[in-house]
Design a protein around this ligand. Structure first.
Ligand code: ADP
Ligand code: MG
Length: 483
């Protein structure tokens, strides 16, 4: 037994998601990512004396959407609070956030682990807050530059209970969070661009212990994989410290992806005093049950529900279902596709197989795929009616149909001469012609050399120029020989 097996890790995540609103949280400045530095910055964002914030209703709507989706309790009376601290990218000198009255409390997200098991992650709270600007340290050799475009853009912070026990669980949870916010259309979930950020709180304790160890907060991971790596590194580091007789200090550390380790940013022992107090320039926002119901009525079908329908009603494998649900556009496409065919398994195979391969080969995204779902259903029907072979359908008909989307699959198959012959009379003629060439082989076959069947079938296939329906052909050749 390794010394690491004596310990158990405890992890809680704090995620910030940047909301897809058009304007900022308390001003009409554009909230878009990018843009020339400091071009989306009004006096409200700068907090000039005399300016007043006006709450953006959409941020509340988005928080309510997420709250419903994760089964949280949604608060009726929402207060805003000022969190004060001094930093160059915080022009007002405070951030408007929610302190004692987060809009959502409780709820959970179910993470799907690699071994097929599920893990329920409980949520502590979700609150709305505004973002700070950005300090750019790597553009100028001597100075830090400030871009305030991001200052005042709306965020939701999602805080979990300390329910994770490994980096893998955290990874699986983040995958679920991203999927969910994309289905809800409230955040683009792009961690590389910073619209989804995550800090990890990590501690270790002896297995079976009832009290958690002291936690360390790790920041600056720019991908889900790096969150997992940072957690795995940190667990091992903390155990090493304890085993060497040391003590874990409450601190904030940063992840270094190049060297795969974490290092100290600042100590947490002397905690910050943010001097929270109620924001005097904003009224509380009331979220009524009626409002919650109206938001609920407009929610799309969510991934967990789709998963149930796909696996239970359409009998897809869990793997296939997850592959399709992974990207919202693919799931919407699938839903339309199966309104034109009842061969669900084949519909799933086409999306996961041929369509994905086609896009991968061309480095395209699913949103670039223009062929209508109905066309794939037409191809599936041709295969199911045994009018075309699987190989001809995927290798020739499918790409040709993408080029000429105005024709039906059958028209293109005819043009390309891909339709297979299922006319048993015609095939029988070819069989008689082929067999007449091999009188001795037929005797051998009848004497028990059954392996010769392939030779006969191959010969007829040649005569049909590859277009005889293979199943039918096999059956007819056997019947003819066994007569
Ligand atoms: P703080 O006051 O330092 O911000 P919180 O109690 O608000 O701490 O918790 C922040 C995050 O840390 C939450 O996600 C929580 O689940 C997690 N957390 C709390 N205690 C521990 C612990 N001992 N080990 C790991 N994570 C923890
Ligand atoms: Mg906290």
């Amino acid at each position: 037994m390794s010394v690491y097996d004596k310990y158990e890790a405890v992890i809680g995540l704090e995620c910030h998601i940047q909301l897809l609103t058009q304007t900022k949280m308390y001003s009409s400045d554009i909230a878009e990512y990018g843009g020339l530095p400091n071009s989306h910055v009004s006096v409200v964002t700068l907090g000039h004396p005399g300016t007043l914030p006006v709450a953006n209703e959409r941020t509340i709507e988005f928080a309510v959407k997420l709250g419903i989706a994760v089964n949280a309790n949604i608060r009726e009376e929402n207060q805003f609070a000022r969190k004060n601290y001094f930093y160059a990218d915080l022009p007002k000198g405070y951030q408007i956030t929610q302190d004692k009255t987060p809009i959502c409390t409780g709820g959970f997200i179910t993470a799907k682990l690699k071994d097929g098991k599920e893990k329920k992650i409980n949520l502590t709270r979700i609150h709305v807050e505004e973002d700070a600007g950005k300090s750019l340290h790597d553009i100028d050799a001597f100075d830090t530059l400030i871009d305030l475009n991001r200052a005042g853009t709306p965020l939701l912070e999602i805080v979990t209970e300390p329910d994770f026990r490994s980096g893998e669980e955290a990874y699986a949870y983040l995958t679920e969070v991203r999927k969910l916010v994309r289905y809800l259309d409230i955040c683009d979930g792009n961690m590389e661009e910073g619209s989804l950020r995550c800090d990890a709180n990590i501690s270790v304790m002896l297995k079976g212990s009832k009290t958690f160890g002291k936690k360390v907060e790790v920041k600056n991971m720019n991908s889900f994989r790096n969150v997992q790596r940072a957690i795995d590194f940190e667990i091992k580091r903390q155990i090493d410290v304890i085993e060497a007789g040391g003590e874990i200090l409450g601190e904030t550390r940063s992840f270094d992806a190049v060297n795969d380790l974490t290092f100290t940013l600042r100590s947490k022992e002397n905690a910050n005093d943010y001097r929270y107090f109620p924001e005097p320039d904003l009224q509380p926002v009331f979220v009524t049950q009626e409002y919650i119901n109206s938001v609920k009525a407009q929610l799309p079908t969510l991934p967990d529900e789709l998963f149930k329908t796909y696996t239970q009603t359409y009998k897809l494998s869990e793997y296939d279902a997850l592959q399709i649900i992974e990207i919202k556009e693919v799931a919407l496409y699938f839903n339309e596709l199966i309104s034109h065919t009842s061969n669900y398994k084949s519909a799933a195979n086409w999306l996961i197989g041929n369509v994905r391969a086609y896009l991968n080969e061309r480095a395209m995204n699913f949103s670039d795929f223009t062929l209508a779902p109905k066309k794939i259903a037409e191809i599936i029907a041709l295969i199911d009616d045994e009018k075309i072979s699987n190989a001809a359908a995927s290798q020739r008909l499918f790409p040709a149909l993408i080029e000429k989307p105005n024709k039906t699959a059958e028209q293109i198959a005819t043009e390309l001469d891909l339709l297979q012959n299922s006319d048993s009379g015609e095939i029988q003629k070819l069989i008689d012609e082929a067999l007449s060439k091999f009188p001795e082989k037929i005797t051998e076959y009848k004497n028990g050399k059954l392996g010769l069947l392939g030779l006969f079938v191959g010969e007829v296939m040649k005569l049909s120029k590859g277009k005889a329906d293979p199943k039918l052909l096999n059956k007819l050749v056997k019947e003819t020989l066994d007569k």
